[in-house]
Design a protein around this ligand. Structure first.
Ligand SMILES: [Zn+2]
Length: 78
């Protein structure tokens, strides 16, 4: 293990920031590197990534529905 490697604990700790792309390039690259070699962390990261994608889609589908409802409520007042 080289000095540039980070352990699983550190990867999991920073997984959310990593997925939000809030880490600096170097740390991000280290985590990326770790994920390529560590199956446990990779599946954990994939799980979170998929979960986020699904939550994002749900939010997008919900917005127009809420807007429609608000428009209808507005029209009822006339
Ligand atoms: Zn790991």
């Amino acid at each position: 293990m080289s000095v540039h490697d980070i352990d699983c604990e550190a990867v999991i700790e920073q997984l959310f920031d990593f997925l939000d792309r809030e880490l600096d390039e170097e740390l991000s690259a280290r985590i990326d590197h770790h994920l390529q070699r560590c199956r446990d962390c990779f599946s954990r990261a994939e799980f979170e990534r998929r979960l986020r994608a699904r939550v994002g889609e749900a939010a997008e589908q919900e917005a127009p529905e809420r807007l429609r409802r608000r428009l209808r409520a507005l029209m009822d007042t006339f």
